[in-house]
Design a protein around this ligand. Sequence first.
Ligand SMILES: [Zn+2]
Length: 127
Amino acid sequence: MTRNTPIDNKKKQALSQALTNAVGFLSSMVQIREFQELIRRTYFGKDKRRGIAGTYQWFVEEVGELARAMRKNDRAALEEEFADCLAWLVSLATLHGIDMAMVAEKYRAGCPKCGVSECQCEDSGLR
Ligand SMILES: [Zn+2]
């Protein structure tokens, strides 16, 4: 028979923090999944008819519009173009059968290369 050992406060705090982090991550996964599902419900028919190549073309066009908004430093246009780029990116992922919530897990622990949440990699200009 095993004896219950009291969990010390440090362990309790660590467990509680790990649980809080896990719940936070799961809730952000749910939000990403809900957003992808919303975009799928809204546009999947059109996206499917347009196809991957046509949808990619629209996505790139939106990225161009984002570049213009950045050049003008126009806050309202920036917000609109970030929203559009995100929606088109998610549409493309759906057409490829990619679950954005699942792929976002790559960054769960921070930088996938150095594993730190403020990247400590040599600055190469790349992620
Ligand atoms: Zn890094």
